[in-house]
Design a protein around this ligand. Sequence first.
Ligand code: FAD
Length: 534
Amino acid sequence: MLRLTEIRLPLDHTPAALAEAVREKLGRPPLAWQVVRRGYDARQKRAIKLVYSIDAVVADEAALLALGDPRIRPAPSMRYDFVAHAPEGFEERPVVIGAGPCGLLAALLLAQMGFRPIILERGQAVRTRTRDTWGLWRRGVLDPESNVQFGEGGAGTFSDGKLYSQIRDPLLHGRKVLTEFVKAGAPEEILTLSKPHIGTFRLVSMVMNIRAEIEALGGEYRFGTRMEEVLLDDSRAVRGLRLSDGSVLPARHVVLAPGHSARDTFQMLHEAGVEMHAKPFSIGVRIEHPQRLIDAARFGPSAGNELLGSADYKLVHHAANGRAVYSFCMCPGGKVVAATSEAGRVVTNGMSQYSRAEFNANAGMVVNVGPGDFPGEGPLAGIEFQRHLESLAFQAGGGDYRAPAQRVGDFLAGRPSTGLGDVTPSYRPGVTPTDLALCLPEFAVSAMREALPAFGRQLQGFDMADAVMTGVETRTSSPLRIARTDLCESPNTPGLYPAGEGAGYAGGILSAGVDGIRVAEAVAMAMLGRELPP
Ligand code: FAD
């Protein structure tokens, strides 16, 4: 099979035109072909192109490869091969902490390999969790154990469900993640679109379907169960876990996938001597514009075209003070959501439904920070920095989970907002017009003030005076990294396998799932006493 890339056709091409382009590229009719990737190139608004990758079968593959055309290559294998299977009657069970995308994929793989994992999740099963999460958004009531960050499905459950990533994925594990998502109910198009998304509602049912498969394979879930202590033997190897109900669960192989908001868990692990280090992340705000403004700026006369959908954007500006300001986790046609997991704090993030049909576009607009910016020293210093900003935002919002917000025009002029304009903020339970400089460091404010007009030049209208900024966005990635070896094991706590976003090895749903697969493979091999293939 051959992979043909960079087949470009106008937005309004016919199916026959694509078949003809494939034939032309090959110089002969293929025996069979299928689309494996479809993206678009909107750099020229008046001549937007669809860009295809195609897998084609021809009789004389070698002759075509001999031409040396970099856009005609052997098609990579899309099949996932398990690294191991548990022998019949294998008794030891691995434990997976966290049922976010990383823990879910790790548990699913371990279950498919016959290891019957036990999954510990501090939050609730996804239906109960949905109700708890709406409690904050509708009534301003936070459940610190069941919310946007904690519960079945993890942090990405109430999200835009973007399923792409720029990680290196030489083993094509991303394909395995997407294939499992399709089996669990995601639309098949996620296997071919270059920037797939699934939105919140589908994620909820997919997570339940994955649970059903894990349980059918002998896995076991324990919701409302927080891992509170890692019990070690004399050589510091893991021998068990103390759980929030006081019980002890014996365990020798533990996947640790707690996400980036498990601050109490990080503290406990640090106190237990598990090696970890502070790492850079980003802070800033969510910014909202009318989606139609973004569509027009990106797609010009093709705005509204069904194949293009609601437009996204990606912006970067390098500020004079040395900071990078960039757009983060852009949600077309979505909502800004309250994403705190701790009482007395305000955190923003974004979500949307599959249709991406809400009135506003939103994205994080964030500035990089590193250990040198954190108050204090040590691996947990970034958490204290986050907490400080989140508490300032809580106060500036009025102390009742409303978030501080400011018009871009006022932010640029350095004056507090006293009201809002044409863009209605979507954040619930509501916003308080104020001055965002009250809850962000000066270097971040000045970098963003410089970036906004620059972004306006990259995307017309981005710096419109009535665009709304809501703060603060602090949970962009983990503020620390838990060390691990090439075999994915903690170097000083054997049996502990740090994984996913919280441990510092992923950023987003897809990359967290890919890391979950990688760690599940390492755990399976370790349980069987075998070496992981390179
Ligand atoms: P998490 O998803 O955070 O899961 C960790 C789980 O561990 C949680 O369920 C938590 O309750 C549990 N846990 C923590 N501590 C313990 C403990 N001690 N004991 C037991 N359980 C514990 N990414 C994208 O790629 N696309 C998007 O569109 C997108 N949108 C997002 C929107 C929102 C609102 C948010 C908050 C995030 C979004 N993300 C998105 C980021 C994405 O959700 C994360 O990168 C991803 O979920 C990380 O996966 P994870 O499994 O590593 O951790």
